[in-house]
Design a protein around this ligand. Structure first.
Ligand SMILES: [Zn+2]
Length: 293
């Protein structure tokens, strides 16, 4: 994978919160008081070696996962991606988050808004994929890493995945989250998001669902265009997430503040302007399979 300098749109992309918006929560993290003294970043630059480790090998042997990921996206350019990092015990993403939060000078702890979860949720590497975005650092065209925890290799909910599905998830979904971090989101700027959350006018779950829906909006048309040749299972799972997240947003808006209603309206309107996202349906045979999160 090719890395680009900060400020330069590279070309790599994300997959965030694959475990689903229901389980995920968007939380204000008051990390400032627990911040460690400055220490070198523990984010390691992945080795650039490329060999033929397959997904099954990587599932069996954790030592092969980083080189498998390197090879998986070796020929791809993902905009605003600095690296793909396998994070076996969760320490890499937690240290990265802390480092990012230390860059934010806002004295009010509530200003630390992390998209998609608490630091606790990454312990032991028990997470799927994540772009570690801190709201205050968004909209600055910065490159970020995509972190992968153990779940894509060990979780039952990922057992169906083949390497094409995983590659597509990294590039299209996590890539969309990278874009959100670098450029911001169209539905609300970061100042209004921060104010809205801190004043209780935007609920965390609704904001997180909006980010997820926005990412699915970018992901799904690319999967439908056959660019990635993903499995029918993967395509249907992404469709289900897109549909259910949209329903959740609409339902939430009916009970939310005026600001939340505006936010949801913006997101839904954007999706209705994308031709490939009209009339998304799921084949009936898919209902006969156990639904994965
Ligand atoms: Zn996501």
């Amino acid at each position: 994978m090719k890395r680009k300098n900060k400020q330069t749109p590279g070309k790599k992309r994300i997959l965030q919160g694959t475990a689903g918006f229901v389980a995920a929560s968007l939380v204000v993290i008051g990390i400032y008081t627990t911040m460690q003294p400055k220490k070198p970043s523990l984010i390691e630059v992945p080795h650039k070696e490329v060999h033929t480790t397959g997904f099954e090998d990587a599932r069996r042997d954790a030592r092969q996962r980083q080189s498998f990921l390197n090879a998986l996206v070796n020929k791809d350019e993902i905009p605003y991606c600095s690296s793909i990092v396998y994070d076996h015990d969760g320490t890499k993403i937690i240290d990265y988050y802390k480092k990012q939060m230390a860059r934010v000078s806002a004295p009010d702890q509530k200003d630390y808004i992390s998209i998609g979860g608490t630091l606790e949720s990454f312990k032991e590497g028990n997470y799927d994929m994540k772009v570690a975005s801190v709201l205050e650092l968004t909209e600055q065209e910065e490159n970020s890493p995509i972190f992968l925890g153990r779940r894509p290799f060990e979780g039952k909910e990922f057992a169906y995945m083949n390497s094409k599905d995983l590659r597509a998830a990294i590039i299209t979904h996590e890539g969309a989250h990278l874009m959100q971090h670098a450029k911001g989101v169209s539905f609300l700027n970061k100042i209004r998001i921060s104010e809205g959350v801190n004043k209780g006018r935007i609920r965390h779950q609704v904001l997180y669902a909006a980010y997820e829906y926005d990412a699915h909006m970018q992901e799904l048309p690319r999967l439908l265009s056959s660019e990635f040749n993903v499995s029918p299972n993967h395509l249907n799972i992404v469709k289900v997430k897109f549909i259910t997240t949209g329903l959740l947003l609409k339902w939430s808006a009916s009970k939310g503040s005026t600001l939340e209603q505006q936010l949801v309206q913006e997101v839904i309107t954007k999706s209705s302007s994308i031709p490939l996202l009209q009339n998304i349906s799921i084949p009936s045979e898919f209902y006969n399979q156990p639904l994965r999160p």
